[in-house]
Unconditional design. Structure first.
Length: 112
């Protein structure tokens, strides 16, 4: 019949599902399963039709823009920078360290 399962196997599976989820939750379960199948089918068909949200939505400027400084992944591994007074700043955490330190006193990262 269905996926190589006969009628007795399907009936047993339906009884187990009824016992697990109960009669009140079966309509919700069926509805969510149907939406999932519909979404999968639409996804497999492709983007032949533009979505309603894409067609009606206009680009709006952001209202609450927060300026966040850009940090590269390479900055974390940057070597320590020495200042004029002989202090080093950790490239990982930015802590100030004495010039003779080989490791950061805050995070333990290697300075040289």
């Amino acid at each position: 019949m269905f996926l190589g399962l006969g009628a007795p196997e399907l009936i047993i599976i339906l009884i187990v599902v009824l016992v697990i989820f109960g009669p009140k939750n079966l309509p919700k379960l069926g509805k969510s399963f149907g939406k999932t199948v519909k979404g999968i089918r639409e996804g497999m068909e492709g983007d032949d039709k533009p979505a309603k949200a894409e067609a009606t939505t206009e680009a709006k400027p952001a209202e609450d823009v927060v300026d966040v400084p850009h940090v590269d992944a390479d900055d974390e591994d940057a070597p320590a920078e020495a200042t004029e007074d002989g202090k080093k700043f950790c490239g990982h955490c930015g802590a100030e360290n004495p010039a003779d330190n080989k490791f950061c006193k805050s995070c333990g990262a290697k300075l040289d």
